[in-house]
Design a protein around this ligand. Structure first.
Ligand code: HEM
Ligand code: NFK
Length: 277
């Protein structure tokens, strides 16, 4: 059998002056951005795990922005596709923990010191996601105070309605009795459980056929929160496996802090209604 020659099949082989794969995707820039500070074998894994996570977070933010715009324009059906994608992105991030978990405590201690006081706690994209979906803790702005550009982005996010705000405004426009104080709330505040909102969602879930779009939107939100929680849980489990009860490099109590974050509920009424309907 003769060796297969892709050129004979028509494959383009000459990229002098033509845009190639690497040009379009800026592969050189991505693949020169790994700079381990130690000789530890696992530091490359650690860096790539975080860099790929940040890339997926970039896409999640892109989708979250578009989903909110669609809901604000009463084009909820188009937002469903984006919300489904965001949940899948989180599934991807969840699966990625399996790779990092191959790093034992012995492996990690060989380079943990080189990380100094840096920590995922300072990920501004992660904070933007938390803010976009309603977990608006202003204390989390402080690690970014030295970067005015990032502060401006985080502040701009805090001035915008969250995903949940947009969903509730959409429901109000469609005629459901969303309480007025919810629609005019201080957007910089974290979401607080509201009985009037729960009553609206209860009405939707008691009669899905009459509120099909609101019902579908609610399930998309729950799905997202479900995957997001799994991410928090996987993080906590990985951290317990790798550093036990040690304090975090970012200065927090470590697993204790992460356990507390696991208690955050983004859309509390959507969970509580399951008990009451
Ligand atoms: C061996 C692996 C890891 C360990 C031991 C670890 C440990 C920790 C600890 C202890 C904290 C609390 C903050 C502190 O004091 O440092 C934290 C926060 C955080 N980590 Fe990790 N982490 C690991 C992997 C990752 C990965 C792969 C990501 C993905 C981007 C990540 C993202 C974050 C984020 C976003 C926070 C802030 C969470 C929040 O404020 O709710 N971590 N991590
Ligand atoms: N907080 C971790 C360090 C850590 O995981 C980390 C360090 C630098 C950049 C990203 C990190 N990932 C998540 O916190 C620790 O205490 O070991």
């Amino acid at each position: 059998m003769t060796t297969y020659d892709p050129a004979a099949d028509g494959a383009q082989m000459s990229f002098d002056g033509r845009m190639s794969y690497g040009d379009y995707l800026q592969i050189d820039r991505i693949l020169t951005a790994q700079a381990p500070l130690s000789d530890a074998h696992d530091e490359m894994l650690f860096i790539i795990q975080h860099q790929t996570s940040e890339l997926w977070m970039r896409l999640a933010l892109h989708e979250l922005d578009a989903a909110r715009r669609m809901i604000a324009a009463d084009r909820a059906r188009e937002a469903f596709k984006m919300l489904a994608r965001i949940a899948r992105i989180f599934e991807q991030l969840n699966n990625a923990w399996d790779v990092l978990r191959t790093m034992t405590p012995s492996d990690y201690t060989t380079f943990r010191e080189t990380l100094g006081q840096s920590s995922g706690f300072q990920s501004w994209q992660y904070r933007l996601i938390e803010y976009a979906v309603g977990n608006r803790n202003l204390a989390m702005l402080r690690p970014h105070a030295h970067r005015l550009d990032l502060m401006a982005r985080l502040e701009a996010e805090l001035a915008r309605p969250t995903l949940y705000d947009e969903a509730l405004r959409h429901l109000a426009r469609s005629g459901l009795p969303v309480p007025q104080d919810v629609l005019t709330r201080d957007l910089r505040e974290p979401w607080a459980h509201h009985p009037g909102v729960q009553a609206v969602w209860e009405a939707v879930y008691r009669d899905p056929e009459h509120h099909w779009q609101a019902y579908e939107l609610a399930e998309k939100l729950v799905d997202f929160e479900d995957y997001f929680r799994r991410w928090r849980f996987n993080h906590l489990t990985t951290v317990s496996r790798v550093i036990g009860m040690k304090r975090g490099t970012g200065g927090t109590s470590g697993t204790h802090y992460l356990k507390r974050m696991l208690e955050v509920q983004l859309f509390p009424e959507l969970w509580d209604l399951r008990t009451t309907i």
